[in-house]
Design a protein around this ligand. Structure first.
Ligand code: PRP
Length: 223
């Protein structure tokens, strides 16, 4: 039998994905303690109905960091974040089919009307994803100079920080309301169930079983 110190830590992202995760968690057999759903709670770590699992609630980029360093064993993380960091210590075996959106390049609608991305050679881009953006453009010989922002990227073009942004687009409302237009799609995004590779090696049965439960939960969710 495993002791309390063998507890697995599951890292979940704050924000929109949190609500979409709830049915998947439930289908996988995990129900967080009630205070987890209390938006006013300042607690960051929560127990669950499973004595072998606690949940932590962190920023989406930090889910990947906690899991990559083995501070959390399991996590739910957007493929956008995984692409940005490219951590070798993270194994992402299950596409949960939640948090679907796309990662796109956008620019002011009037510029987009006559702009041709295939003619770009050097561009400046405001984004939360500098690594992924540089890699994406370098692959076709375009030098992307990135300005790192942590949110509200859509303000950058109107205020003259740079013409273009790379950001997540879901309904497209944020772009529209800020006078921007999607000009190129970089990737389709969805959330993955992730595990720390070293932890999977040392505790293959416990963690392997969670991979299977989340795989089954994801398939149930899309059926
Ligand atoms: C994301 C993204 C866009 C917006 C796109 O931000 O950064 O701003 O959603 O969604 P839409 O196309 O449906 O308008 P989010 O609200 O997740 O908050 P964040 O700024 O903290 O990332």
């Amino acid at each position: 039998a495993e002791s309390a110190s063998d507890k697995l830590i599951l890292a979940l992202p704050k924000g929109r994905i949190l609500a979409e995760s709830a049915p998947v968690l439930h289908a996988a057999g995990i129900d967080p303690e009630p205070s987890f759903h209390d938006e006013d709670s300042r607690a960051l770590r929560f127990t669950t109905n499973r004595p072998d699992i606690d949940i932590i609630r962190v920023r989406s980029f930090d889910v990947a960091t906690f899991v990559a360093f083995g501070a959390a064993h399991l996590g739910i993380c957007g493929s956008d974040v995984l692409m940005e960091f490219d951590f070798t210590e993270i194994y992402a075996p299950v596409d949960l089919g939640i948090g679907r959106c796309r990662l796109s390049v956008a620019e002011p609608a009037d510029l987009a009307a006559s702009d041709d991305p295939s003619r770009w050679s050097h561009i400046r881009i405001a984004t939360k994803y500098p690594e992924l953006t540089k890699r994406h453009f370098a692959a076709r010989g375009v030098q992307a100079e990135c300005i790192k922002l942590n949110g509200a990227m859509e303000l950058a073009p109107t205020l003259g920080l740079c013409h273009r942004i790379v950001d997540l687009v879901s309904s497209g409302r944020t772009l529209k309301e800020n006078g921007l237009k999607e000009i190129e799609r970089i990737a389709e995004v969805s959330s993955r169930f992730i595990v720390n590779r070293a932890a999977l090696k040392t505790r293959p049965e416990a963690i392997g079983a969670w991979i299977e439960r989340f795989r089954a939960a994801a398939h149930g969710a899309v059926a």
